[in-house]
Design a binder for this molecule. Sequence first.
Ligand code: FE
Length: 264
Amino acid sequence: MHAVGKAAPAEARAADGVVLFEQGEHRWVWLGADEDEDEGVSANQFLVQHGGRGCLLDPGSVLDFARTVANLSRYAQPSELDYLFFSHQDPDVSSAIPMWAGITTARLVMPRVWTRFLPHFGEYDQKRMLEIPDAGGRFTLAGAPLEVVPAHFLHSTGNILLYDPTARFLFTGDIGASVMPHGKETLYVEDFERHRPYLEGFHRRYMASNVACRDFVRRVSRLSIDAIVPQHGAIFRGPQVGHFLSWLEGLRCGVDLLGEMYGA
Ligand code: FE
């Protein structure tokens, strides 16, 4: 397995952030999640850093903004962010867009199909957009390559993931998202079979179809992945990556279950 520098202990889920990977000037930081949040869905935010510059992944909602800015400031200043990466358009990913756009000069990376809706946030500057076409793309963070992997319909119509070949981390947005019982949240998945119930309800209802799942697993199988990092819940690392992808490949979900949904 690829070395993961300064990996946090499995039980760690500190409120103020955890360094997940560090190698030279390259770093991944989990910026925490509000475990006591009574409103909305508890969401993870992640920071990728290279050469003193940063890319914030799924910056989050207005509910997350104050905590994320506070935790970010332990690792980077907002002025050091070159990119804000949005996997899709959901409010828990994107409702704080005007606030993040206001405190940074970062470019906004998002699927092209969603950019036409940006003016509805009340602010839109085409020069700051990095629109990702359906086929995906690449960009660099202070010279470090980052690959945008499309995963449309999982769950959003336009849905993108971020693969970092330096850390061998794949940020998957809602793919792999879990809802763990309050008080039992862990940073990493330790036992896939025990974790599976926390994935099942969300993936069966929100992911579009088994066709989309199988296509996704086939395309990411070419990547060397040490960790799958979702926007909600625990991170898959080491052997848990394969366990999760095998499960997803066989999952019946979305339109596969239309009959059951309507009781037919
Ligand atoms: Fe979503």
